[in-house]
Design a protein around this ligand. Structure first.
Ligand code: NAP
Length: 434
């Protein structure tokens, strides 16, 4: 057996991901040593409750509640506790004591990323976070390293497994949102408090991380426009299917070329995509990230966006990278935010839309609707009129628009809603994917 140098690895957290990381570090110790060029010695695991039952068997003597002492003297600190505090304080302590950090904590990076990366820069430490966006899927390293010589134009990601599971089942079974959510909670796909997933907060954190990397710009979480999927009901799903679309919760990070120079837009919302788009075939709780780069063209990264052991794979990849850097020496890659592009508000974004209205089924109504759209600089691409269910004198209009400015579109929809001929604005969805 090769006599490798030993690196001390401290693990913070032994929950769904941490316990799997600990088990794999121990099971594959020899193989990992050969790959990393160093023996990765798990010196301790900080938890809240030493006696809690764990997903895997681990020696009791590894556990401690004293995270601070564990961090001191570690070469690599793996933070898998989640949440902001005390994770932030421990990560900063690790950096300042000379360790490299591996974390899967999207909430922490989306809110305190600049502070953490700056602290790492100051001391020449490195922060690795492959598992913080889209779980097991390698997307951070491709954006940070593989595409470092290219220019990313757009990222469209299905980065939240819970919402994809819900929307996929609503689409496949014609089920209602509330029924599928209850089922998803029973099966463990959704938390008992599903807000972070269904309201798009989790996806927004990942969007902020991906956009920061892709556009070399610090993207604060509050610059990400966010909408969730709670407004999507069976009738919206049916209308989308009928028009040849599927609805997905998308994280869209886009480079915009305007007269006054480049800017970016980062947004999370349920959107329509054509059924033959690669993202339409992402089913169940899977994730996928579709990247469009100037030279590379279209790339798609697909796989498990969560799960303890799957996420542990990404974490261990980072641990091996950190170990190699320790052995080879030299400064880390660091975060490049030098482009510092302005981030535009959602009102300045242009997309296509599908507007579904219930209107009075009377002569002249169509002309009134068309007039309001045209006055609002929203141009009609397709229009379909059907009778709305059992209701007498009510027609349903499904209007597909050409690209329009979000601000124009929302003002126009407000005008339609109060026009006197529109009974109900059933839904307004963006169309993404061209
Ligand atoms: P988890 O199951 O809730 O486990 C959290 C662990 O951290 C527990 O072992 C807990 O100790 C420990 N912990 C929490 N607060 C602590 C404190 N103040 N001091 C010491 N230990 C503390 O979390 P997880 O699902 O493994 O997620 C960990 C991280 O990975 C999160 O940032 C999450 O967003 C990210 N992530 C998770 C997944 C996934 O599929 N689960 C996927 C991608 C990314 P006790 O066990 O003693 O309570």
């Amino acid at each position: 057996m090769t006599d490798y140098r030993r690196l001390r690895v401290a693990l913070l957290g032994a929950g769904a991901v941490g316990s799997q990381v600990a088990a794999l570090l121990r099971q594959h110790a020899d193989e990992l040593a050969d790959r990393a060029g160093a023996r990765l010695e798990l010196v301790g695991i900080a938890v809240r409750d030493i006696d809690a039952t764990r997903d895997v068997d681990l020696p009791r003597e590894l556990f401690t509640t004293d995270a601070e002492s564990l961090i001191l003297g570690a070469d690599i600190v793996i933070e898998l506790m989640g949440g902001i505090e005390p994770a932030r304080a421990y990560v900063l302590q690790a950096i300042n004591s000379g360790a490299d950090v591996v974390t899967a904590n999207k909430a922490l990076l989306a809110t305190h990323g600049p502070e953490i990366f700056d602290a790492a820069d100051q001391v020449g430490a490195e922060v690795y976070y492959e598992a913080a966006a889209a779980g097991a899927i390698p997307i951070i390293r491709p954006l940070r390293d593989s595409l470092a010589g290219d220019r990313v134009q757009r990222i469209m990601g299905i980065v939240n497994g819970t919402t994809n599971y819900i929307l996929d089942r609503m689409d496949a079974e014609g089920a209602e949102f509330g029924d599928v959510l209850v089922d998803a909670q029973r099966l463990g796909y959704a938390e008992s408090d599903p807000t972070a997933d269904v309201e798009g907060y989790d996806a927004a954190q990942k969007a902020a991380i991906l956009a920061s990397l892709a556009f070399h710009t610090t993207v604060p979480l509050d610059a990400v426009h966010r909408e969730g999927i709670t407004g999507i009901d069976k009738s919206t799903m049916d209308a989308a299917r009928h028009a040849g679309y599927v609805i997905k919760l998308l994280a869209v990070c886009e480079r915009l070329d305007g007269g006054s120079g480049e800017s970016i837009s980062v947004r999370v919302y349920p959107a329509l995509i054509e059924r033959d788009h690669p993202l339409a075939s992402v089913h169940g709780a899977n994730n996928a990230v579709f990247v469009q780069a100037e030279a590379a063209g279209n790339l798609m990264f697909y796989g498990a966006g969560a799960g303890g052991v799957q996420t542990a794979s990404a974490v261990l990849g980072d641990v091996v990278s950190a170990a190699r850097r320790h052995i080879a020496g030299g400064v880390g890659v660091g975060e490049s935010t030098l482009a510092n592009l302005p981030i535009v508000a959602i009102g300045r974004v242009t997309t296509r839309y599908q507007i579904t209205l219930e209107v009075d089924d009377q002569p002249g109504v169509l002309a009134t609707v068309a007039g309001i759209l045209s006055d609002g600089r929203v141009s009609i691409a397709t229009l379909e009129q059907t009778v709305a269910g059992e209701e007498a004198n009510i027609a349903r209009l499904v209007i597909g628009t050409h690209k329009a400015l979000e601000q124009d579109l929302s003002e126009t929809v407000s005008r339609l809603a109060t026009s006197g001929v529109v009974e109900r604005v059933v839904s307004v969805l963006r169309v993404e994917g061209e």
